[in-house]
Design a protein around this ligand. Sequence first.
Ligand code: PRP
Length: 174
Amino acid sequence: MTGKQDILLSKKRIDDRVKELAKEISLHYKDKNLVVVGILNGAFIFLSDLVRSMSVEHRIDFIRVSSYGKNTSSSGIIQLTKDVELEVKGQDVLLVEDIVDTGNTLSWLQTHFADKEVASLKICSFINKKERRVADVEVDYYGFDVDKGFLVGYGLDYNEQYRYLPHVSELNLD
Ligand code: PRP
């Protein structure tokens, strides 16, 4: 990684928090028909750690939407490039995100899943970042609250780079 970087969230902190979240989620979805839906690409690392610590039965699917392109701020225009393939009507869907920033992506997805007549819809995001929030979305579960900064690692990218980092760093774009 070029440029200055500070580790904001260490691997240990992330591991501990993901386990706590998995416990909380498992309690809530006991005796429900849970489908965990990962929002590609960013959520793939968080989701894979989260589900392996969960103790409740569930199915997994993925959806892909894009709003950022190569920019560091959301265009606000959401494009669906891959829909879920499981039948989710009547199911309890948990959307898993790497980061909620403006909230535009999740706001769009809430409507998308409401149209599919799911029994319930909750949101779990690794990072909940409120600095640029414009859409009124409630994040039901989140790993960490972060005020500002452009974050990379643990699934989060800059131009598709740095997703593989086991920790989260703030990218200095200067
Ligand atoms: C990122 C991130 C979220 C979304 C959050 O996705 O993964 O899906 O932006 O931003 P918002 O709250 O401002 O809508 P991106 O389009 O960059 O794709 P990626 O998951 O492949 O990185």
